[in-house]
Design a protein around this ligand. Structure first.
Ligand code: OGA
Ligand code: MN
Length: 197
């Protein structure tokens, strides 16, 4: 990862799409962790918080599992995100304080309607990262991430969830949507946060 380049692009355009963001060997290990074979691990993702917390799978159809700091594979990924966090703080003075992240699995027919990652009244998410873990993904498989301009009108980027692709974007700036996937779609979504609210 070229942190200087990432910092430049975040400053100029607010997002960057990286191909082959991590080494293949680590990507393959992350795939082994992103498997919904233990019913106790992954659960349906929720929308909103507090009394507004709902699980409506027409809006959001993925199941998630938060990364585990005690797991060796998750540790290797989190260590890289820590290097990125420190590098971006040095380059952009963002004051990023921590990183929270979860595996996500969208089954065939699932998507995530247009939304913002910054919840009303809770503005501590600064940067969103999404790393994709899908080998041999083609346009016909759907599941593209669409990034909208800040007004939410025009699509400014469409990202196929290909193995090793990572997008990093300013969480508050870009509404985005996951189009319906026609195959099982695996990823790790994370947020660099500042402390407090
Ligand atoms: C999210 C999200 C995008 C993607 O989890 O909030 O928008 O491409 N994910 O998986
Ligand atoms: Mn999102």
């Amino acid at each position: 990862m070229n942190i200087a380049e990432i910092a430049d692009r975040l400053e100029d355009t607010g997002y960057i799409v990286l191909d082959n963001a991590l080494q293949n060997e680590l990507l393959l290990r992350l795939v082994t962790r992103c498997q919904d074979d233990d019913p106790a691990r992954f659960y349906a993702a929720h929308i909103g918080r507090g009394a507004d917390k709902k699980q409506i799978n027409t809006i959001r159809g993925d199941v998630i599992d938060w990364l585990d700091e005690a797991d060796g594979i998750d540790q290797d990924y989190l260590a890289l995100m820590e290097i990125l966090r420190m590098g971006l703080n040095r380059a952009l003075y963002l004051g990023l304080f921590d990183y929270e992240s979860h595996y996500a699995i969208y089954g065939a027919g699932a998507g995530y309607a247009k939304h913002s990652d910054v919840l009303v009244g809770k503005k501590n998410r600064i940067l969103t990262t999404v790393l994709y873990l899908n080998e041999d993904w083609h346009s016909r498989d759907g599941g593209e991430l669409q990034i909208f301009d800040p007004s939410g009108v025009a699509v400014i980027a469409t990202v196929l969830p290909k193995f090793g692709t990572m997008i990093i974007f300013l969480s508050e700036m870009f509404p985005h949507e996951v189009l319906i996937s026609h195959r099982t779609r695996r990823s790790i979504t994370g947020w660099f946060r500042v402390s407090g609210s």
